[in-house]
Design a protein around this ligand. Structure first.
Ligand code: IPE
Ligand code: IPE
Ligand code: MG
Ligand code: MG
Ligand code: MG
Length: 326
């Protein structure tokens, strides 16, 4: 098992960034640096051909390079630090995850889905480029995500494990299935456990993959590492569900400037959510409990899971800032 100091060696690419004598990095420093490196990878991987940028590629860059909290990429980086994954590999894996996330958002915003006109403070892709291009942006981003993973400078087994992980996350058992469930529940009164099941698929599955992929770059999921993957899965199950619960709360409470999206969409679209079923305060407590449970899941991993713990602090702070207790 690695020591704390190995989280900060050259292979993480962050040793000079504020570690100080203790070798510990301030969370805001590694998160800012990590998001920047992933964005640089996105810009490099989604580049124009020599003969000029097509409208499709321009729309793909628009969908990926303008904002977003980069939560999934940072989770991948945090788990990658735990596993001692080389930084150059994590940057591309984080970029592939953000491509896939952007694909789900572009399709989620389409008129046939949530029919949203604003995303990350900008007109949605179909508003800016047209509906046909938005559909193709999702298709192409998904393909580029897998192309990125298949092209990694890594052994074949690692690349197959990463491709499998990402594919599963957006399959009928993951985000696509969750989105289908979301649409099927419009206007219905449903039990909380169905909402939770839907959230675990439409949002949780990609969060789970993001964490697992950071680790899978360097550590095979075998019997020797069963406890590690068990802890990571418990962490990400709680984190992923909390992320969607917080999204549901803010949809009902936050303003356009905070969200960068149209507020009140869930109620307007008659979407049952944790917030609508439990009430805002209970939903808020549910999210806090989930983040606490996620912390307990990684506690046995010790200091090498420090960045994963810092991601929980970030999520907590986000909730307290944007949805303070009534
Ligand atoms: C929005 O995700 C959609 C959900 C699944 C909750 P994020 O809130 O992570 O969106 P960005 O990437 O920061 O824009
Ligand atoms: C979207 O959930 C989940 C996926 C994109 C898979 P939402 O529809 O609540 O996400 P926002 O609020 O539009 O970002
Ligand atoms: Mg939706
Ligand atoms: Mg939506
Ligand atoms: Mg939402």
């Amino acid at each position: 098992m690695q020591t704390d100091s190995t989280l900060h060696d050259d292979r993480t690419g962050v040793s000079a960034l504020g570690g100080g004598a203790s070798g510990r990095l301030l969370p805001e420093i590694w998160m800012q640096d990590g998001a920047k490196r992933v964005e640089q990878a996105l810009a490099r991987l989604l580049c124009a051909e020599d003969d000029g940028e097509t409208e499709l590629m321009a729309a793909m860059r628009y969908a990926t390079l303008h904002g977003g909290k980069r939560t999934r990429a940072l989770l991948c980086l945090a788990a990658g630090a735990l596993a001692d994954t080389p930084a150059h590999m994590l940057d591309d894996v984080g970029a592939a995850i953000e491509m896939m996330h952007a694909c789900t958002l572009v399709h989620d915003d389409l008129p046939a889905m949530d029919d949203d006109v604003l995303r990350r403070g900008l007109p949605t892709v179909h508003v800016r480029f047209g509906e046909a291009t938005a559909i193709l942006v999702g298709d192409a981003l998904q393909a580029h995500a897998f192309l990125t993973l298949a092209s990694l400078d890594a052994p074949g087994d690692n690349r197959i494990a990463l491709v499998r992980e990402l594919a599963r996350a957006v399959s009928a058992e993951g985000a696509a299935g969750g989105q289908a469930m979301d649409l099927s529940l419009v206007g219905k009164h449903v039990e909380l456990d169905r909402i939770v099941a839907m959230h675990r698929m439409k949002c949780g599955a990609l969060v789970r993959a993001s964490v697992r992929m950071g680790a899978l770059c360097a550590i095979a999921e075998d019997a020797a590492h069963a406890a590690l993957y068990c802890a990571l899965d418990r962490y990400s199950a709680c984190f992923g569900l909390a992320l969607q619960v917080v999204d549901d709360i803010l949809d009902a409470t936050a303003d356009t400037a905070t969200l960068g999206k149209t507020p009140g969409k869930d109620a307007a679209g008659q979407k049952p959510t944790c917030a609508s079923i439990m009430g805002l305060q209970a939903a808020r407590q549910f999210a806090l409990d989930l983040l606490r449970d996620a912390g307990e899941a990684i506690a046995p991993l010790g200091p090498r899971a420090e960045r994963m713990a810092q991601m929980l602090q970030r999520a907590n702070a986000y909730l307290f800032k944007h949805a303070p207790c009534a």
